[in-house]
Ligand binder design. Structure first.
Ligand SMILES: C[S@@+](CC[C@H](N)C(=O)[O-])C[C@H]1O[C@@H](n2cnc3c(N)ncnc32)[C@H](O)[C@@H]1O
Length: 204
């Protein structure tokens, strides 16, 4: 069982995660015109919080994640809400072969920092997009490691300039960043602020 399988059942009960997904959905909507022609994929969807905000008005939506537990929760919500334009896909993007399907929009929230090889991740996401396809990655700005704490082996956020360069090297253009949410951890004088950016870019 992955750490995310164990967290799946209570994931949606955290109002900060819901507010974060709502803010990122708004940022995506204001950047990318969504329509019935949109064939979207969310990389590291978890329970689909972000995708359920974007679902109205989108043609097809694939929720991709490596965690069976997260996708089981997402699947339940799809069935209960009768969202016939949504489906789940269990896949570890860092280890499994890429699916054959291609998309015209890929987005992701708080997942890229869990993937060790960021350059390879961006190349894979580029390969999964059709020409003209758009990518939106929302994640933590570079931080000192306090967000996850001791024992975390992913990235402690990202330097925007570095991530933007990797995106260009992976073949993306029109790279642009904005701040889309701020998380707070701790209280009083030990409270810390963790901004979350969204990187927008396009495959030529
Ligand atoms: C921090 S959670 C974010 C979930 C969701 N995006 C949200 O904001 O509520 C990260 C998610 O990425 C998934 N994940 C991590 N590495 C992955 C990989 N290599 N391939 C697919 N999914 C991955 C995890 O299973 C988890 O559901």
């Amino acid at each position: 069982m992955s750490q995310f399988d164990a967290k799946a059942a209570t994931w949606d009960a955290d109002p900060v995660k819901v507010a974060r997904a709502a803010a990122v959905a708004e940022a995506i909507r204001s950047r990318v015109p969504l329509s019935r022609q949109t064939r979207a994929m969310e990389f590291g969807s978890g329970t689909g919080l972000l995708s359920f905000f974007l679902q109205p008005g989108v043609g097809q939506l694939t929720l991709m994640d490596s965690s069976e537990g997260m996708l089981a929760v997402a699947e339940r919500k799809i069935v209960d809400g009768r969202f016939d334009n949504m489906r789940t896909l269990r896949l570890d993007l860092a280890a499994d072969p890429l699916p054959s399907q291609r998309f015209n929009l890929i987005y992701s929230l708080m997942t890229a920092h869990h993937v060790s090889d960021t350059a390879r991740l961006l190349q894979d996401l580029n390969a999964l997009l059709e020409p003209g396809g758009q990518l939106c990655i929302a994640d933590l700005d570079a931080e000192d490691g306090s967000f996850h704490g001791v024992g975390f082996d992913g990235h402690n956020g990202f330097e925007r300039a570095h991530l933007g360069r990797l995106a260009q090297e992976a073949g993306f253009t029109e790279v642009a960043f904005s701040t889309v949410f701020r998380m707070t951890r701790g209280e009083g004088t030990s409270a810390r602020n963790y901004p979350i950016f969204m990187m927008y870019c396009r495959k030529p």
